[in-house]
Ligand binder design. Structure first.
Ligand code: SER
Length: 321
């Protein structure tokens, strides 16, 4: 049997969709989902779930040894908005957690995936067609932890030959889990509110334009990157990755094509400054060249698919309640 796959932060936004995809791709491989939350006994049996706080280095090592882990998808992390509210936690989970994973990867010869973010960029970075290699002076503690993580990953790859791979994700739009404390959460929340209430109050202004991606594309990117031959991976810090860029006003107009009476109000808060510090369009030429990255979903396709899935879910809830 192939060495076990361990997923940290498994119940988060990416993990919730990545684990089913990994099960399809590796049907005979044991996959251990882990996270800080205690699950019910049934869930533990069903999912192969382990309670694991990635800042607990000894426990991480114990799980790696116990299950003979060969690959880690290290998804545990604190996002940008939540990070500003708890900088200490953000640093501890995002930097010390990753450092523990990289140390383990060095000792046990593990392959690692971890997500970085467009948050590594800041106000001095070119906003349009942001290059792979450019100024990285983030204004958030989250961005600082991601820059640190990228440098750590690159260091472990070059110094110790650790096979670490990473993507700078834009905002990810998905329907499996509620959003988890990021600045791009509005692009997820808006769909559920449009269906439930017919209106949404957005915490950034209508002209805010950010790079975004639909979850199936994010999953496709992770699987493709992890399948690539090691020699093809020329970037060990983290790859720029793009799919679509749109303003909130454009998103609202696209939703209104399906829900004509939908209205959006605007009440910008501290997240506006974070959004303003990030690029609006990312250049992902290197990812396309090295391992054949190609997104599938544009704004029209994302909105249609999101509304369809969330509508089915809300009608199921009405029927079963
Ligand atoms: N979506 C993330 C956030 O908003 C960015 O990586 O924090």
């Amino acid at each position: 049997m192939a060495p076990t796959i361990l997923v940290t932060g498994a119940r988060g936004q990416i993990g919730s969709d990545l684990i089913p995809a990994l099960r399809v791709q590796h049907p005979t491989t044991k996959i251990i989902a882990s996270g800080r939350r205690t699950e019910t006994k049934k869930e533990i049996e069903l999912l192969g779930y382990e309670v694991l706080d990635v800042t607990d280095n000894l426990h991480l090592q114990k799980i790696i040894e116990q299950y003979q882990v060969g690959t880690i998808y290290h998804l545990a992390g604190v996002l940008s908005a939540k990070g500003e509210q708890n900088q200490k936690l953000c640093w501890n989970v995002n930097v010390n957690g990753l450092k523990n994973v990289l140390e383990a990867a060095k000792s046990y010869r593990l392959k690692v995936f971890w997500p970085s973010s467009i948050a590594v960029f800041g106000a001095n970075t070119p906003k349009v067609n942001t290059p792979q290699t450019t100024i990285k002076e983030p204004s958030t503690i989250y961005g600082i932890t991601k820059v640190t993580g990228e440098l750590l990953g690159q260091y472990y790859a070059h110094q110790f030959g650790v096979d670490v791979r990473s993507l700078r994700f834009p905002g990810i739009i998905s329907y499996s889990t509620p959003p988890g404390g990021g600045t791009t959460d509005f692009a997820v929340e808006i769909f559920a509110e449009a269906i439930k209430k017919g209106s949404y109050t957005c915490f950034v202004h209508p002209e805010t334009r950010l790079p975004m991606m639909y979850m199936p594309d994010a999953i496709k990117a992770i699987l493709k990157l992890m399948q690539a031959e090691p020699a093809a991976i020329t970037v060990r810090s983290s790859y720029n990755l793009a799919a679509v860029s749109f303003s909130v006003a454009e998103l609202v107009a696209e939703i209104q094509k399906h829900i004509p009476n939908f209205t959006c109000h605007y009440r910008p808060d501290f997240r506006q400054a974070i959004a303003d510090s990030w690029p609006s369009v990312i250049d992902d030429t290197q990812a396309r060249k090295d391992w054949g990255w190609q997104p599938s979903y544009d704004l029209t396709a994302i909105v249609a698919d999101m509304l369809q899935h969330l509508s089915i879910r809300s009608s199921e809830l009405v029927v079963s309640s």
